[in-house]
Write a protein that binds this ligand. Structure first.
Ligand SMILES: Nc1nc2c(ncn2[C@@H]2O[C@H](COP(=O)(O)OP(=O)(O)OP(=O)(O)O)[C@@H](O)[C@H]2O)c(=O)[nH]1
Ligand SMILES: [Mg+2]
Length: 338
């Protein structure tokens, strides 16, 4: 592991890719190794601009990610891509499909693509994805694009821990905007209506703009959430001018509008840096991460201290209404820590 980390951090040409791939496999598959790898790499992270791309299934996220990556490559930026696939019970072809769609980029050493299956990774998905991103960051990938389908809590969480979050919509999916239901619009820094070649694109753009205006302009992005500052004309800190969420149209199939998306992404990074929001988000992310690991650690400790049969007995008592859930937790907690 030490050798691999040296190669990855040293960023030499020889073996860099293979070492990166091996470290990623380690953090994905082996919790003990993950701890060692992240412990050794962490000081080298924090350089990358992490960009979340989320939105309803089939809105064109992968196609757009592909195009965005190509544009960054033209600027000679090293790009990492992490695709977190939806765990569909019907098709096993999601991974392959994404690889095929991203084929333009294979063979370019300035790009690294990793698909992650959310299946069998439940609960730990956010943690594992975060670790894969850290490996890519330490390996010198300057922009990391993280595609998630806006479906589950974990996926939304992953997208919201990015520095910049793009929410991708497509027109003609009924009159409703799908992400409203899923609640993923709230995390958007940039809105993209893809498939602008299809009818109804303008209508979708209008609907999105209207929704943005409903929240009014005295709104600042805070911890990835819109914060409405009531009764205040100007933002509290003049340096922290509110970010205006752009609504952009693209045709990812032929690259139309993608340059504007990349431009907005770069402007958003500047905004984050200039306003101090970058640090705010880093802090929010670190808080969330430490909290999650603490929770996992507490539960693991408890489960090793109290046998499964004992835990099941307490749970059965709750089901039989002999014990209320709060008392059950108190009892398990006491057994573990007293
Ligand atoms: N007409 C049109 N089709 C597009 C456009 N962008 C993507 N598509 C097509 O839409 C389909 C879905 O594209 P993907 O990029 O796989 O969408 P996705 O959001 O990544 O899908 P999931 O990862 O399965 O949620 C593919 O058949 C694409 O070729 C576009 O701008 N216009
Ligand atoms: Mg996709």
């Amino acid at each position: 592991v030490k050798e691999l980390i040296e190669v990855v951090r040293g960023r030499q040409r020889n073996g860099h890719r293979r070492a990166t791939a091996r470290l990623i496999s380690l953090v994905e598959n082996n919790p003990a190794a993950a701890r060692e790898v992240i412990g050794a790499l962490f000081a080298s992270t924090g350089q990358a601009h992490i960009i979340g791309i989320t939105g309803p299934p089939g809105s064109g996220k992968s196609t757009l990610v592909n195009e965005i990556a190509k544009q960054f490559r033209q600027l000679d930026t090293q790009v990492g891509i992490v695709a977190v696939d939806p765990s569909s019970p019907f098709t096993g072809g999601a991974l392959l499909g994404d690889r095929v769609r991203m084929r333009d980029l294979s063979g370019d050493n300035g790009i690294f693509i990793r698909s992650m299956a959310s299946r069998g990774n439940l609960g730990g998905l956010a943690e594992t994805t975060g670790n894969v991103i850290k490996v890519l960051d330490a390996a010198g990938f300057e922009v990391i694009l993280v595609e998630t389908v806006g479906a589950g809590q974990a996926e939304v969480e992953i997208a919201s821990t990015a520095h910049t979050t793009l929410v991708i919509e497509a027109p003609g999916m009924g009159d409703e905007i799908q992400s409203i239901k899923a609640g993923i619009l709230e995390i958007a820094d940039i809105l993209v209506v893809n498939k602008a070649d299809r009818p109804g694109s303008e209508k979708t753009v209008k609907a999105l703009k209207m929704m943005l205006h409903m929240g009014d302009s005295s709104r600042v992005n805070h911890h990835g959430r819109k914060m409405v500052v009531l009764g205040q004309e100007a933002p509290p800190n003049p340096k922290e001018a509110a970010w205006q969420i752009p609504v952009l149209e693209t045709v990812a199939l032929d690259g139309q509008g993608v340059a504007q998306v990349v431009e907005s992404v770069r402007r958003h990074k500047e905004y984050l840096r200039d306003s101090g929001e970058w640090l705010v988000r880093e802090l929010a992310r670190s808080r969330q991460e430490v909290r999650h690991l603490l929770q996992a650690r507490f539960i693991a400790e408890l489960e090793s201290a109290v046998s499964e049969s004992e835990r099941e007995m307490v749970i059965a008592a709750v089901a039989a209404r002999q014990l209320d859930p709060y008392s059950a937790v108190a009892r398990l907690f006491d057994q573990a820590y007293v």
